[in-house]
Write a protein that binds this ligand. Structure first.
Ligand code: GAL
Length: 367
């Protein structure tokens, strides 16, 4: 009798879990600018992020800016996926107090993880700074697993240079590079050491002041991309090309109509998906919401790329076929005006209600 009493609620619980699981909605497309729910239905917190692929699994690392975090710590999140569309939260792989002499208000931004096949270590680089952004260093943390606790190892200025926003690039031959913004001089690309624990060799210094740096190699040509230095306010992102990482690089050109300010986003990475029919390059951008950081969104779109040209199309929901590399735009389901208004809400007010940005936004959403 007593057992029957217990069995019933247990059965109800099991039934609820099974039903809930069966209904946990799989996403069939990527919806730029919208809330992006992970498998637990929480908006993905992986801002200023980077992605690596290990066997058939993608790992996405980024700034954890969720609500209710302990402000003493800085957090890096990790998500995994086998289709780049549905993401599972694997936990916060960094929860860090200020290292060494740093004090509250310190900065940990734009984490990027590289897997070193020689040492079997996951090596994370991030922008490490003090409150006033004057330290301009990288921090390095290491782990034996993609989703374990990364242990802080050291901090330094790569090759002795100032380094604020960083980006990662892994070439087809597996060589790993760091892109970093050196405020006095420009946009630097440097190769990591064999064990990835150091920044070893400068490949290029592009004397343009760009941040949110990212690189992709597409059909033998290198494309670098970056934003202007306007903090979390969006600006027209630009690209340049070169036959070699050592240059010469072409002049930077706009990736989208200037008045859209990159559709409100800032570059963080370019991902190449090589399928059986097509190679697709995905622009991975952040739509920052400085006042409600946990609600910052993502703008991922397949780029129009080739023959030295690169264009970010207007954001629309789209599907990726990871096997063939093909993408499909969901034309019938274009970006809703309410979504556009929502994601521009913060940005609009920064420059005042009649700022250039605000006027551009009005043009885009045709208010
Ligand atoms: C941006 C940068 C971000 C963050 C932000 C803070 O320029 O790309 O990573 O540092 O400034 O204002």
């Amino acid at each position: 009798m007593r057992n029957a009493f217990l069995i019933r609620p247990i059965l109800v619980l099991v039934f609820t879990i099974v039903v809930f699981d069966a209904f946990a909605e799989k996403q069939n497309c990527i919806r730029p600018c919208e809330v992006w729910p992970d498998e637990n239905d929480n908006h993905i917190q992986a801002h200023g992020g980077g992605i690596i692929k290990i066997k058939n699994t993608y790992y996405w690392y980024g700034e954890q800016r969720g609500k209710g975090l302990d402000p003493q710590y800085r957090y890096v999140s990790c998500y995994s996926s086998d289709d780049l569309t549905n993401w599972k939260f694997r936990g916060n792989v960094v929860k860090m107090l200020p290292p060494d002499s740093l004090t509250s208000g310190w900065v940990l931004e734009r984490p990027k993880v590289f897997y070193n096949a020689g040492t079997h270590k996951y090596v994370m680089y991030f922008h490490l700074d003090d409150r006033g952004y004057s330290l301009a260093q990288v921090g390095v943390a290491v782990c034996d697993k993609p989703d374990g606790e990364f242990k802080f190892v050291k901090r330094f200025r790569p090759l002795g240079h100032e380094s604020r926003d960083i980006g990662q690039f892994i070439d087809d031959d597996g060589t790993a590079y760091l892109v970093f913004e050196d405020r006095p001089f420009g946009f630097r690309i440097a190769r990591l050491s064999k064990d990835y624990m150091d920044v070893e060799k400068e490949m290029s210094l592009i004397p343009d002041h760009m941040e949110g740096g990212a690189i992709v190699q597409y059909k033998g040509l290198y494309y670098s991309i970056g934003s202007a230095l306007t903090g979390w306010r969006a600006n027209p992102n630009k690209y340049s090309t070169s036959p070699s990482l050592e240059g010469p690089w072409t002049e930077f050109k706009d990736i989208a109509p200037v008045e859209t300010n990159t559709y409100g986003s800032q570059s963080t990475m370019l991902i190449k998906v090589t399928g059986t029919k097509k190679t697709t390059v995905i622009f991975m951008g952040d739509i920052w919401k400085p006042k409600t950081q946990w609600d910052s969104r993502y703008l991922w779109m397949p780029l129009e790329i080739g023959d030295g040209k690169l264009r970010l199309p207007e954001p629309k929901p789209w599907k990726l076929n990871l096997k063939t590399g093909e993408t499909t735009l969901m034309l019938s389901d274009s970006l809703k005006k309410s979504v556009l208004e929502a994601y521009f809400a913060d940005i609009v007010f920064i420059g005042g209600s009649d700022s250039v940005i605000n006027r551009n936004v009005k043009k885009i959403v045709k208010l």
